[in-house]
Design a protein around this ligand. Sequence first.
Ligand code: SF4
Length: 150
Amino acid sequence: MHGYIARICTSFIDYPDHTSIAIYLSGCSLRCPHCQNKELWEKENGTLMSLDQVLQKVKEHPLADSVVFLGGEPTDQMDFLIALCKEITAKTDKTIVLYTGREYEVLPHDLLKSLSLIVCGPYRQELHVDAWPASTNQRVFKKEAGQWKS
Ligand code: SF4
């Protein structure tokens, strides 16, 4: 299985107080008016990578304790995202965080079971705050003892 990846890099800000591997999936069908990542709207602007190639990149960052998926809209490549999360869970000890413009309620169980934290809802310029998350409509869900809490 393959997915379109815009970039993979180390992040110190996307999962506060954690060192993460940030994986930007290219392509976004949501098209929010004030999006700051418009260069990621077209899926084909990314590089087509296999599950194994992405997993190898994750393993090359032993000091990171987590993987953060951003975009673009990661859930636009849902089958790839679910499969990659399963691989990361099975083959590493890293926790997984998802940023999505979609709402928590529409995310499938197969994805939720691999995640530890979700920032959901689209970025909206008029609701911007200098905080985390950056837009007050965005909700944060954390899994604690197997239960999701917001
Ligand atoms: S969901 Fe994110 S990447 Fe997609 S248009 Fe909205 S802000 Fe941009």
